[in-house]
Ligand binder design. Structure first.
Ligand code: FPP
Length: 244
């Protein structure tokens, strides 16, 4: 059973396996992405029901730009259509939409639709739903380094004053806690350039279910597994018991 008192604050998910799901049915990969949207809805509802405060979804990686042009177009169209369609429902449920990633790589139309949805839900105080779009962690870290280097060049900060807390303020996730749990579906056990800095102390969970089949029951199992693990942050088990 899931313990409602030990719910993680931030869960991040690498939604993987859409293509394989479609292939199993002898259908086009895009069909898999379309069915992936249902699983996104389930995951968002699950967070609302359990009190998870931050859900971050890896929806489009920087590397995904290397896919065939037709799949890129279908995927970005699907993203935009879904967001436009779901925004009223998200708003009604007090969800705040956010994106992280190199949004400037998308077309004007995509950027405009995204910004409208973000603006529309910006005052909501419930679940923070972050879509990682054209995101990669190394890109994010390099961007942070550039900003810090500029500040040093302008003598606004000294190199000696840079520490982990300062550095984190330049990441795209500066306004959220680090994810306690990262889930990747489809059995692949890699981070693939997702939240590398933020994952320093995250628990990882790799269910074999393909993303379109990921249900609330699967999400609950992930949380149960998380709750069984002892998070020690480099301390001994004895120290942790004493702190409880
Ligand atoms: C990975 O499966 C999935 C993606 C690259 C896209 C995920 C996007 C969606 C589920 C649509 C999301 C919509 C919203 C609103 C967030 P894959 O294509 O890599 O699958 P494969 O590894 O089996 O080929």
């Amino acid at each position: 059973m899931m313990n409602n008192l030990k719910i993680p604050e931030h869960v991040a998910i690498i939604m993987d396996g859409n293509g394989r799901w479609a292939k199993k049915l002898g259908l086009n990969r895009v069909f898999g992405h379309k069915n992936g949207v249902k699983a996104v809805r389930e995951a968002v509802e699950f967070c609302g029901e359990t009190g998870i405060k931050y859900l971050t979804l890896y929806a489009f990686s920087t590397e995904n730009w290397n896919r065939p042009q037709s799949e890129i177009e279908a995927l970005t169209n699907l993203l935009v259509e879904t967001i436009v369609k779901e925004v009223p429902e998200l708003h009604k449920n007090n969800v705040r939409l956010k994106t992280i990633g190199e949004i400037s790589s998308f077309t004007e139309n995509v950027r405009q639709k995204l910004n409208q949805a973000i603006e529309f839900t910006s005052k909501n105080t419930g679940l923070v739903l972050t879509l990682a779009l054209s995101y990669s962690s190394r890109w994010e870290i390099i961007e942070a380094v550039k900003q810090i280097a500029r500040k040093v060049a302008n003598k606004e900060i000294t190199p000696e004053s840079i520490n982990e807390n300062i550095f984190e303020q330049y990441l795209t996730t500066s306004d959220m806690p680090n994810p306690e749990l990262i889930i990747r579906t489809s059995g692949e056990q890699r981070l693939s350039n997702f939240l590398l800095w933020q994952a320093a102390y995250s628990e990882f969970y790799f269910p074999s279910v393909l993303w379109p089949d990921f249900s609330k029951k699967d999400f609950a199992e992930a949380i149960e597994e998380f709750q069984k693990r002892e998070r020690r942050f480099g301390k001994t088990g004895e120290q942790i018991k004493q702190e409880l």
